[in-house]
Design a protein around this ligand. Structure first.
Ligand code: FAD
Length: 909
């Protein structure tokens, strides 16, 4: 291709320019449009399936749901997880607005897990606070958002340009000072140069996921979505904005050899946990943090390594549920990966490792410095999502900050004149940055240069960090500026990749220099300075911010941590009394020698993508090519003779939800082919919150297909659209999966008598659900639970004994529980220890203290959790103090927590 003339730039104008159409960007665009702005949304991929949301959302990691958690506790927890270095005002926004965001997303059709009563089924994953809200259909979040973006009212306000990649934010001097006025971009398909004028710019380009090189050696096989190459970090820096905490890297636990999260988050509430090769639990940290990752890495490298996510001990139906989340919602290739290795969760635990380093605020704390509205230090420029420095903000924080930035930027529009002439020098620089690889097409290709750059990142920037290694890194990244300028390209796509390498280099330099400047160790592995292992609170109660100085060099500032809104006893000493911002010089660069050892890299299986051309039938190709099809357009496909075509048509119907889709979707539950019915059932469950005329599904209570019957019951329960009589009738269904749904529906109506009748069911799974259901209602059914406590199946007995915690227990039940503690199946002993929480402490405490000596770690943990409520009693404190020396990390940590809570911040032992 030829270099386009600078004067031929395509020009767009808007009120609010949103760069990046992922989680934060789509929400920013929607809110700005709702507030009346004309929005331009630029996405380098395609908004429909771009960004982190496209795959892998198993749940909201940080939901503060009223009644389940309180914002202040969450803010304190995030302060601890970040070793005190947080601006609590920003975290507080996520804590207080996350719930409204969950409800807004629900209106868009996003599904969150709820219990039988329709209450959010928040899970306790961390040792304190319950913030994890599972999303059984998490893979569909992006689809739901895209449907809203394409609603007519939104389409009129939001112009989406896919395959357009800004490379620089433009700034200009205005009467209000220097502010953002637009962006310069590349059309990655046509190669056109694009100039955008905007009154406000929101950067939502996600993390820098392509910083370190993954162990697999694949450039794009990163933990993070690989299109996120640090574009926003680089653009914000060149626009003069401050960035913060860049030395606090992101490193995550992964499945060994497979770049997906291990998902302990998902597995732990089901009973999974991390163990070393000796079978010991070893994680002592309470919350996901650099400290935790440090423990993980230490264990892997010790004689006790490698480490595993232990699941092989779980019962069959739990593993079925886990697989259905991890191999569908999380990512389908995960199932294939394990299968290719011949690994099955029934026989193999999942070996874990740690990921490459990256910059990300979502899981860590490195980002563009923002206030509690998402505003950066450059007027008119906002940042949201993983790019904005709001620690541990994850998905819900990205939505919250997209919303905040969208609202705040729109509120300023009246005071800002529309930019007319865009800065010619900046446009020329951006043009040069984009097109220079065309001038020497035979220059080193991008993959080679990027590989080399990121290998240096692994070698010299990844922890453990040292002054010498970081100095070599700085020198190397400086030198590589010239190599990068020599890269060659021939196509618009290659130009995009070359520009990305410049972003990665900028991020690498920022990471190395910041790591050199913070002369202490903090955040566990994220900033582990092997040469300065101490944490120094008196010198470093500061955010380390950097920006591009007037002379073009990088300059650093220490910004004092703001006084806490929420006290955190361990860190209340940290915010400096003197509130001055202190400029800080960079240490002298001391150049050392590069190691000569080459790393060996394991090769993983490439993912198989199915192209349209490979699709089985020309009808499917035609179907997938339809743009915004109506129900009439889809009719012929829905009636095709080929079941594959019908199933695809049902998926398209679910994805697009055209006017009148509901009848066709529900109707497909009656299809003659099981695969079509399964697709319809998935679609109905995906859209359960937004399905119109939901009562119509009751017809399928009498379907011949148990999957259709179970789906009908589930939907009627979730939408409170079913009657008691209907549910009672299906309680006699021949298929146990339908009966399980019937019980959940009856629990939602508090029908404990009907639930109790099912205690005699022939199926073990049904009886387990009955025990859980009676515990949930907690109004009656003790007789049935007593019967279940004598069941032949150990898992049923375990569930029944656990139920006594909610139903309460007298002397007779305590006798049963004590007997349960002597059973050989550990699950029953664990259930008994849990159930004793419902007994009188005079009867329970001694027995539970004895259970602290059990050989199984989960029984001991259950005993600690049951004792926790009585931790004011001296005999309980004695027992818990003994548990501080337990061999198991979880038992120790919960005991410590119980004693700290009761002792108001004074750990015992
Ligand atoms: C594997 C994985 C699993 C996760 N699981 C969970 C979970 O279960 N629960 C949870 O709460 N959180 C989870 N998270 C975190 C959560 O997904 C993120 O915090 C959140 O989605 C970040 O949103 P974002 O908008 O900042 O980034 P993204 O959603 O990634 O969006 C960034 C977008 O910007 C585009 N872009 C980048 N550069 C440019 C450019 N120059 N021009 C135009 N467009 C550009 C990208 O293509 C992308 O579409 C997970 C993250 C990952 C990676």
């Amino acid at each position: 291709m030829d270099i386009p003339d600078l004067d031929d730039a395509v020009r767009f104008d808007c009120d609010v320019l949103v760069i990046g159409g992922g989680t934060a960007g789509t929400m920013a665009a929607l809110t700005a449009a709702e507030n009346g702005a004309n929005v331009l949304l630029l996405e380098k991929a395609h908004v429909r399936h771009s960004g982190a949301l496209a795959m892998g959302m198993d749940g909201v990691n940080n939901a503060v749901i009223p009644g389940k958690a309180v914002p202040e506790d969450y803010v304190a927890e995030i302060t601890r997880a970040n070793d005190g270095i947080v601006d609590q005002r920003t975290v507080y926004q996520t804590a207080t607005r996350g719930f409204a965001m969950v409800q807004r997303l629900e209106k868009y059709g996003v599904k969150f897990e709820k219990d039988e009563y329709g209450e959010y089924a928040v899970r306790r994953v961390h040792r304190s606070g319950s913030y994890v809200l599972p999303m059984p259909e998490g893979k569909d979040v992006k689809k739901a958002l895209y449907r809203v973006l394409r609603r007519r009212d939104m389409r009129e306000k939001i112009r989406i340009e896919n395959r357009l990649m800004p490379v620089r934010v433009l700034t200009a001097d205005t009467p209000q000072g220097r502010r953002a006025v637009g962006a310069a971009a590349l059309n990655t398909r046509t190669g056109e140069f694009v100039a955008v004028g905007a009154k406000a710019v929101i950067l939502a380009t996600g993390p820098c996921g392509r910083l370190g090189l993954p162990a697999s050696g694949y450039l794009y096989g990163t933990y993070e979505n690989p299109t996120n190459a640090g574009d926003g970090y680089s653009m914000a820096y060149h626009a003069g904005a401050e960035l913060s905490g860049i030395e606090c890297f992101q490193i995550n636990p992964l499945i060994k050899d497979y770049n997906g999260p291990a998902c302990a988050y998902v597995a732990n509430p089901f009973g999974g946990y991390q163990v070393n090769a000796l079978g010991e639990r070893f994680v002592d940290s309470d919350y996901w943090s650099g400290q935790m990752i440090s423990e993980v890495r230490r264990e892997i490298e010790s004689a006790r390594g490698p480490i595993y996510l232990k699941v092989s001990h779980l019962p069959e139906e739990t593993l079925d549920s886990l697989e259905s989340i991890l191999h569908t919602t999380e990512r389908p290739t995960r199932g294939t990966f394990h299968e290719n290795r011949g690994h099955d969760y029934r026989t193999h635990d999942i070996e874990m490792h740690v990921s490459e380093i990256g910059l990300c605020s979502g899981h860590s704390a490195s980002g563009v410095w923002v206030d509690e509205h998402g505003a950066t230090s450059v007027p008119g420029l906002y940042a949201a999502g993983d790019l904005a420095c709001v620690p541990h903000n994850y998905m819900i924080g990205a939505f919250v900050y997209g919303d905040l930035a969208g609202a705040h930027s729109t509120g300023t529009l009246d005071d800002v004149p529309p930019p007319t002439d865009l800065p010619a020098d900046q446009l020329a620089d951006a043009h040069e940055l984009i097109y220079r690889p065309l001038r020497h097409p035979d220059g080193p290709p991008q993959p080679q240069v990027e590989y080399k750059l990121r290998r240096f990142v692994n070698d010299y920037v990844a922890p453990p960090k040292t002054d010498t290694k970081l100095s070599i890194a700085v020198e190397t990244f400086d030198r590589m500026t010239h190599e990068i300028a020599e890269m060659g390209a021939r196509t618009p796509h290659e130009l995009m990749r070359c520009a990305e390498v410049t972003f990665i280099r900028d991020c690498a330099e920022m990471a190395a220099r910041s790591s050199l400047v913070r002369t202490e160790s903090r955040w566990g592995l994220y900033h582990e300075r092997a040469d300065i292992p101490e944490q120094n609170d008196s010198t470093w109660g500061y955010h380390l911010n950097l920006r591009r100085g007037a002379d073009g060099t990088m300059e650093f500032l220490k910004r004092p941590v703001a006084p806490y809104l929420v006290p955190v006893p361990e860190y209340d000493h940290l915010p400096p009394a003197d509130r001055s911002v202190i400029p800080i010089a960079q240490p002298e660069i001391r150049v050392g020698r590069a190691p000569s050892v080459e790393r060996e890299r394991a090769m993983a299986q490439p993912e198989q993508a199915v192209s349209l051309e490979q699709a089985a039938s020309p009808q499917i190709v035609a179907l997938l090519n339809l743009d915004e099809p109506t129900v009439t357009d889809l009719q012929a496909f829905l009636q095709s003779d080929d079941p594959q075509v019908r199933a695809t048509a049902v998926s398209v119907l679910t994805e697009n939800t055209p006017e009148g889709f509901s009848a066709a979707l529900i109707g497909a539950l009656g299809d003659s082919d099981p695969a079509v019915r399964r697709t319809a059932a998935e679609g109905v469950r995906e859209l359960v919150e937004v399905l119109p005329e939901v009562e119509k599904i009751a017809t399928y209570l009498g379907s011949a297909d148990p999957l259709a019957r179970a789906t009908a019951v589930d939907v009627l329960r979730a939408r409170h659209a079913g009657r008691r009589e209907q549910f009672l009738e299906v309680l006699a269904d021949p298929d146990h999966r339908v009966r399980v749904e019937a019980i959940r529906a009856l629990v939602s109506l508090d029908e404990w008598e009907a639930v109790a009748v099912a205690a005699a069911d022939a199926n073990r799974e049904v009886r387990v659900v009955v025990a859980h259901g009676l515990a949930t209602i907690a109004r009656g059914g003790a007789e049935a639970v007593r019967a279940l406590a004598a069941d032949n199946d150990p898992l049923v007995r375990a569930a029944a004994l656990t139920a006594f915690a909610s139903l309460g227990c007298g002397e007779q039940e305590v006798g049963t529980l004590v007997k349960g503690l002597r059973e050989s199946a550990w699950q029953v002993r664990q259930g008994a220890a849990r159930g004793l929480a419902g007994a009188d402490p005079d009867l329970a405490v001694d027995v539970l203290a004895g259970a602290l000596e059990d050989v199984h770690l989960d029984v001991r943990k259950a005993a600690v959790l049951s004792l926790m409520q009585w931790s004011a009693k001296p005999e309980v404190r004695d027992a818990l103090t003994g548990a501080l020396d337990d061999a198991d990390a979880d038992v120790r940590a919960y005991a410590r927590r119980a004693l700290v809570v009761e002792g108001a911040g004074t750990p015992v032992g």
